[in-house]
Design a protein around this ligand. Structure first.
Ligand SMILES: Nc1ncnc2c1ncn2[C@@H]1O[C@H](COP(=O)(O)OP(=O)(O)OP(=O)(O)O)[C@@H](O)[C@H]1O
Ligand SMILES: [Mg+2]
Length: 302
């Protein structure tokens, strides 16, 4: 396992920012980390990278315990903090050389040039950071996170505020990077998660509320609610329909078609089939509905 988060809790004063959060991320995964404002994403990312200590629980990176005093572990982690803090008075290359110095890299100059190339900073490399546009600053942030060739990358909202072209380029960059690294990225953009991630972790009010592949999530396999589109040849006895075990809610679409929602992850289809046979209804359609990630996110974080 590249990242093992085990029972992490964190309190700020009387406020619980994280409550017993656990998950594991395997080598090479690209995981989207979602949650509403204030859910605890940045707090957890700081704890994973060793910048903040937790009150309870452990984090392991490549099977090694992350502690704020454990400096060695930092060489295995690349971190782009929220709001991408940079020394804006420094020139791009000067800044990257400074970061390379922090990691005591031997081939500093060479590594800086490699990063400039990789993150598309060639045209801007001789400018001061404060003279750069947001998208290029973001690239500098990515370059500093990558300069020591870490195996694990933690990116806190790397694409906030970028125009659609920059967005696509940075996403492509993250995709390329992730081919040989483990990447965790927090974002508020659902399409981004669908576009680049294979797995999603969602937290709400400091608690983990979903963890699974995008397909599993959309099929309702992770959360409780499976939704089935059902169409009969005539209007069913609604009272009996509602009594099918596991059905939480029925939404009427027409006199003969309905959306049936389950109250747990149980597959409703066998019970609906039995109901149709019992009631001598002909089942014209029975299809599991894919939920959109947006709806799911809203359901889970209301
Ligand atoms: N240094 C701090 N002192 C006190 N409270 C804090 C501190 N840092 C974060 N918090 C609180 O902890 C909670 C979680 O904050 P965090 O920044 O981790 O959320 P987030 O999920 O990253 O939100 P966003 O999407 O807005 O970036 C919030 O309620 C926040 O106010
Ligand atoms: Mg945050």
């Amino acid at each position: 396992m590249s990242i093992q988060v085990s029972q992490i809790s964190k309190q700020y004063g009387s406020q619980k920012a994280l409550d017993q959060v656990s998950f594991e991320i395997g080598t090479g995964e690209l995981v989207g980390f979602l949650g509403p404002n204030g859910a605890g994403k940045s707090t957890l990312m700081k704890i994973i990278t060793g910048y903040l200590s937790s009150d309870h629980g452990t984090v392991r990176i490549n099977n090694e315990l992350v502690e704020t005093e454990n400096i060695a572990i930092r060489s295995q982690i690349g971190y782009l903090p929220e709001n991408n803090p940079l020394y804006t008075d420094l020139y791009v290359r000067e800044y990257l050389e400074m970061v390379a110095g922090f990691y005591r890299l031997e081939n500093k100059k060479e590594q800086v040039l490699k990063m400039v190339e990789l993150t598309g900073l060639k045209t801007e490399q001789h400018k001061k950071i404060k003279a750069l546009s947001k998208g290029f600053r973001q690239r500098v942030g990515l370059a500093q996170a990558l300069i020591h060739d870490p195996s694990v990358l933690i990116l806190d909202e790397p694409t906030t505020g970028l125009d659609p072209n920059q967005l696509e380029e940075i996403r492509q960059l993250i995709r390329n990077i992730s081919l040989n690294k483990t990447v965790m990225i927090s974002t508020h953009i659902m399409q981004e998660v669908e576009a680049i991630c294979t797995r999603v972790i969602i937290i709400n009010k400091g608690k983990l509320v979903a963890d699974g592949s995008i397909n599993q999530l959309k099929a309702g396999q992770i959360t409780r609610n499976q939704t089935i589109l059902v169409e009969f040849d005539r209007t069913p006895d609604m009272e009996a329909f509602r009594k099918i075990p596991g059905i939480k809610n029925i939404e009427r679409i027409s006199n003969t078609s309905y959306l049936a929602e389950s109250d747990n992850s149980m597959d409703l289809r066998p019970a609906i089939f039995k109901f149709a046979v019992q009631e001598k209804l002909i089942l014209l359609t029975m299809k599991e509905q894919q939920q959109s990630l947006e709806n799911l996110f809203q359901d889970l974080t209301k």
